[in-house]
Design a protein around this ligand. Structure first.
Ligand code: NAD
Length: 365
């Protein structure tokens, strides 16, 4: 089905509240997940909610937890997420890092023990909207690793995202490079499995190390593995993400002892820079814009695919999905209903929320 983003948001907020979140938290989590869908990253959108619903009763995800400062010696900031919703604690920690960068020119945030922080670009975009440049290294554990080291045939790393966001002359159009260090995010394998579609060549290997396009290998035992992007380079960046985010914060690397709870723990190292301390921001923006335009001036190799800068595909998808609705496959919808039922929301209410008219849903959300 195609579902309006406001309906999605209402469904997610209702599920969060049923899971114990207060209204503010439910709105933040729902808003983050819907933005991921709107920006084309279904892997980090509404489809994550069934996993969160599974985490809640086991106490590995705790509602209504806020970021707790452990070390605050500018420019250094260590924050503990207390296994709360990552969308909440990571944004709170990001706001703290922005405030310190404003005061001191730069800040280095080490966030540990957040549950899944979702789409990392969200935090980069927030920094850019505050006029800051930011660089984010993220690792994940709490479950088996999914990515094989270069030349390996067994997983030893998570999909460890890297993000860098840079404000431009247009406040609505930052450059945002936000990417898993695996060829694709694990959630995209789940989306392909739910749609019954193969993944691209070169993305996956089965448990013997043989190449495959079958997403089911990541859901079988023994499990297959994702490949890091860019051969040894992506592998190297993934390892760096694990060490800078996990080991440095004390939140942990994806070592075997940290793989056991069937949850998602995200740790993040973020470096936030106030560019105004180095250069007149008008001059800097002009150079950034000129460079982006220079890249985009290259003649497309394929006339149907213009040259873009990072962040543009998400903005284009967002405009399209706001206008047309967000596609939601049947398997994901059934997973959501099953998860909602565990939280005390029945199928009839889920269907009613999905099909409510626009005005009703906006009120509910
Ligand atoms: P992707 O491959 O779709 O995009 C990666 C980046 O490339 C984006 O910045 C995008 O704007 C840019 N891009 C795409 N096409 C482009 C083009 N033609 N020209 C220029 N730039 C282009 O993203 P992904 O690697 O599948 O990651 C998806 C999301 O998953 C990210 O938001 C990431 O933060 C998230 N993620 C989160 C976790 C976690 O543990 N929380 C783990 C892995 C991934």
């Amino acid at each position: 089905m195609l579902i309006d983003h406001t309906r999605m948001r209402a469904i997610l907020a209702a599920m969060c509240v049923a899971g114990g979140s207060d209204a503010d938290e439910a709105d933040i989590v729902a808003g983050h997940l819907v933005e991921a869908n709107l920006k084309g990253h279904d892997s980090h959108g509404i489809g994550m909610m069934p996993r969160y619903a599974g985490f809640l009763p086991r106490g590995v995800l705790k509602p209504n937890i806020h970021a707790r400062i452990v070390v605050d010696t500018p420019p250094m900031l260590l924050v503990d997420g207390g296994h709360g919703y990552g969308q909440v604690v990571a944004m709170e920690a990001t706001e703290m890092a922005i405030a310190r960068a404003r005061d001191h020119g730069a800040s280095i945030l080490s966030l540990r023990n957040a549950n899944h922080i979702g789409r990392v670009g969200t935090y980069g975009e927030r920094c850019a909207s505050a006029g800051m440049i930011s660089i984010h290294f993220v690792n994940a554990h709490g479950h088996a690793p999914r990515v094989a080291p270069y030349l390996g045939s067994q997983s030893r790393l998570s999909t460890n995202p890297f993000c860098c966001a840079i404000p431009t002359g247009n406040p609505d159009e930052p450059i945002v490079l936000d990417m898993a260090t695996a060829t694709i995010a694990m959630g995209k394998v789940r989306v392909a499995k739910n749609k019954g579609e193969p993944v691209a060549e070169g993305v996956l290997m089965d448990h013997t190390g043989a190449p495959t396009t079958d997403p089911n290998v990541m859901f079988n035992t023994p499990m297959g593995a994702l490949r890091a992007f860019g051969l040894h380079k992506g592998y190297g960046l993934s390892l760096i993400c694990d060490l800078l985010a996990g080991a440095l914060s004390g939140g942990g690397s994806v070592l075997p002892e940290n793989q056991v709870d069937n949850t998602i723990v995200n740790n993040m190292l973020a470096i936030v820079i106030d560019p105004a301390r180095f250069r007149d921001t008008g001059e800097l923006s002009a150079e950034i814009d000129a460079m982006a335009a220079y890249c985009k001036s290259a003649t497309p190799a394929n006339p149907d695919e213009p040259v873009l800068v990072p962040g543009e595909p998400e903005r284009a998808m967002r405009a399209k999905r706001i206008a047309q609705g967000v596609p939601l496959d049947d398997a994901t919808w059934e997973e959501l209903i099953a998860a909602a039922q565990t939280l005390g929301i029945d199928r009839a209410r889920m269907n009613a929320m999905a099909h409510a008219n626009h005005g009703e849903t906006e009120q509910n959300s």
